[in-house]
Design a protein. Structure first.
Length: 391
């Protein structure tokens, strides 16, 4: 039998990050700066609560939309932190990480032929998820000369009669940019004027530096009714493997996601939801300490990259990535990352893995121990010197 995958997967390629991650695993003494997850153990008290829940029998199916206490705690968080009221029964859904929330939103709200504005470069799951949903991805150029923020003129000119959804992601992966309040307001205004639904991916909300303050998009005028806020426990509490995320929105928008979620996964891991609940309700020192450590590494990575001739860097203000410009080396980002991988055993991700506008950049994750970063930048420096024939 001649086996062929379905038409809807025809243009879907595996994630470039996963590919580099897999390559990195095979090479001994590799320093892996390709990963998108904190190198911290989640708060111990939260893990203990998760284990206790499992031993107490919380190993059965949970309600489709999530464990009630967790939904209530999330609603309380939104009230306190964003000044927004959501109904715990119909306006928040617990999902398998932010990844499922994004996929559900697109599957549930996009019709074949609808245009979805996505950041380019942008997180790797946006474009394939839009395509699987039958939508047409439309790239918003995210350019270094604009500080890796969308230009309002670009966004305005890209909206057509077919535009239905816009995805925003601040603090941003892969660039580390954050939006100021006025910038967010300007985008929100266009979304409202042009009647778009916005998927606001805020999974890095707690990882910001230099006194920046995260603003939830849904809290802006006219935005609550048209925004799905995607969040996750993966980055804030270093719980990537527990797979707990969530999505908030008005009930008209959440209802179709709920339906899709029901048939896709039935519900999310019950005991992992209790671990997430304990993380959310317990002391938040863990998050502060983790962000303080990321901040040290961020400044170090920025300093070291600027010391190596050829790199040009924007200082990231959020998340745990730095996205240097490598055009001076006259190589594609794929060639450049292969060179670092094979010659000096440092794994990074080519900017092209995040979209065509990512070409000319590499994503370096500083979610690795400080000493590892020191060694990695020494190795990178050596590779560049060799490249220039100085060694
Ligand atoms: C921008 C962004 N959104 C969403 C996710 C999904 O994370 P998770 O599914 O672990 O919550 C990631 C993970 O790297 C990300 O970088």
């Amino acid at each position: 039998m001649q086996f062929k995958a379905s038409e809807r997967l025809k243009n879907i390629k595996p994630s470039g990050i996963r590919r580099f991650f897999a390559l990195a695993q095979e090479i001994p003494n590799m320093i892996n700066l390709s990963v998108g997850e904190p190198d911290f153990t989640p708060p111990i008290h939260a893990l203990e609560e998760g284990c206790k829940a499992a031993l107490a029998g919380k190993t059965h199916y949970a309600p489709t939309n999530g464990v009630a206490e967790l939904r209530e705690a999330l609603v309380e968080k939104a009230r306190k932190e964003y000044g927004l009221q959501y109904d715990p029964d119909s306006e928040v859904l617990i999902t398998v990480g932010g990844t499922e929330a994004i996929f559900l939103a697109l599957m549930a709200l996009v019709n074949p032929g609808d245009e979805v504005l996505i950041p380019n470069p942008g997180f790797v799951c946006y474009e394939p998820s839009v395509r699987v949903a039958g939508g047409i991805p439309v790239s918003i150029p995210i350019l270094e000369e604009n500080g890796f923020k969308p230009s309002i003129d670009d966004v305005t000119s890209l909206i057509t009669r077919k535009s239905r959804v816009m995805i925003l992601n601040y603090p941003n992966n892969p660039t580390g940019a954050v939006l100021a309040y006025d910038e967010l307001k300007a985008i929100a205004k266009i979304a409202a004027e042009r009647d778009l639904i916005v998927i606001s991916d805020e999974v890095y909300e707690k990882i910001v530096y230099d006194g920046e303050r995260h603003r939830c998009l849904a809290a802006l005028p006219e935005m609550r009714e048209r925004t799905l806020i995607v969040n996750s426990f993966s980055k804030t509490y270093a719980m990537t493997g527990l797979r707990i995320g969530c999505v908030y929105g008005p009930k008209e928008l959440i209802a179709p996601l709920w339906l899709c979620h029901q048939y896709l996964v039935a519900c999310v891991d019950t005991f992992a939801q209790y671990a997430a609940l304990a993380a959310l309700k317990g002391p938040q020192d863990f998050v502060k300490e983790m962000v303080a450590e990321f901040d040290k590494r961020r400044l170090f990575a920025f300093k070291r990259l600027n010391e190596i001739e050829g790199f040009r860097c924007v200082l990231p203000k959020g998340a745990f990535y730095i996205f240097p410009n490598i055009r001076a080396f006259n190589m594609s980002s794929e060639e450049f990352t292969q060179l670092l991988l094979k010659k000096v055993r440092v794994a990074t991700v080519p900017g092209s893995a995040f979209g065509s506008y990512g070409e000319g950049y590499v994503r370096i994750s500083y979610a690795a121990a400080y000493e590892q970063l020191e060694e990695a930048f020494n190795r990178i420096e050596k590779a560049i010197k060799r490249l220039k024939g100085c060694l």
